[in-house]
Design a protein around this ligand. Structure first.
Ligand SMILES: C[S@@+](CC[C@H](N)C(=O)[O-])C[C@H]1O[C@@H](n2cnc3c(N)ncnc32)[C@H](O)[C@@H]1O
Length: 251
């Protein structure tokens, strides 16, 4: 199950103010981008609405953006056109990537913004990471960001209601996350994301979607990365933090 057909239309309400401009989204990865050669070949393999891909293209990189959701790929292509960026946008799930690109193609692959947990369990995650690794040239790097699932699971099932209105495209909205945390780590979990927009007349329009997630512990991720030939170079994992980043290079 892929999802995001509904959320793709309102996804900007889920992106923080700081990361909404493509250049700013890319700048949040400045430290790893400094490691790249000029005109590097980069892949954002869960591109969402395309802010990172467009930001990377704005720096002169040769960018391919892929996503399993047709609606997300369309939004990436639209954003790219709006910014006059040269981004090749392709619909492909992680498992399908080797059918679209040759092995050893990219200097850097990004899988960011809480995407990997949508891979179906350890098997799906292994297949997704294997695809990403294959597409990296030797010495190339995977940049992965993740929710700290140890923290999310410890909080249990709950409602998380935004404490402020988020304004995008002249419209205010409240964002609600409804977490369904299963008894065991390996089970399918769910998160329902609802965006309740309030229009000028006070009418409320709610768009919501239930997404499937398969959480993983950081230590499992490290093992899974090693299994596909990726060596962790940098990790910001911290049990006190909501998110972390891992940079792993291909042997
Ligand atoms: C939370 S969004 C993150 C989007 C973007 N990276 C960002 O940071 O804003 C997760 C993305 O993963 C994509 N996705 C889910 N399952 C996927 C799969 N099997 N293969 C590729 N992309 C997938 C979704 O369509 C969605 O665009």
């Amino acid at each position: 199950m892929t999802g995001y057909g509904v959320l793709a239309e309102v996804y900007e309400w889920l992106i923080s103010d700081a990361k909404l401009p493509p250049a700013e989204f890319a700048a949040s990865f400045d430290d790893v981008l400094d490691l790249l050669p000029s005109k590097a070949h980069v892949l954002d393999c869960s591109c969402g609405t395309g802010q990172l891909a467009v930001g990377l293209a704005g720096r002169g990189m040769q960018v391919v953006a892929t996503d399993a959701s047709e609606a997300m790929v369309r939004r990436t292509a639209e954003l790219s056109e709006e910014f006059g960026a040269s981004v090749r946008a392709v619909r492909a799930s992680w498992e399908e990537l080797p059918g679209h690109f040759q092995d050893n193609t990219f200097d850097m692959v990004f899988c960011v913004g809480n995407s990997l947990h949508h891979a179906a369990g350890a098997t799906g995650r292994g297949a997704a990471l294997e695809s990403m690794s294959r597409l990296l040239r030797p010495g190339g790097r995977l940049v992965l960001t993740s929710r700290t699932w140890e923290v999310v699971r410890a909080r249990g099932s709950r409602l998380e209601i935004g404490d402020r209105l988020v304004r995008r495209n002249g419209r205010d909205a409240v964002v609600v996350y409804r977490w369904e945390i299963a008894a065991h780590w390996e089970e399918e979990h769910h998160v329902e994301i609802a965006i309740a927009q309030v229009d000028a007349t006070g009418l409320v329009l709610v768009r919501s979607e239930v997404l499937s997630c398969w959480p993983y512990r950081y230590e499992e991720l490290e093992v899974e990365l090693r299994r596909v030939g990726l060596q962790t170079e940098l990790s910001t994992f911290d049990l006190e933090a909501e998110n972390y980043m891992v940079v792993a290079s291909r042997a």
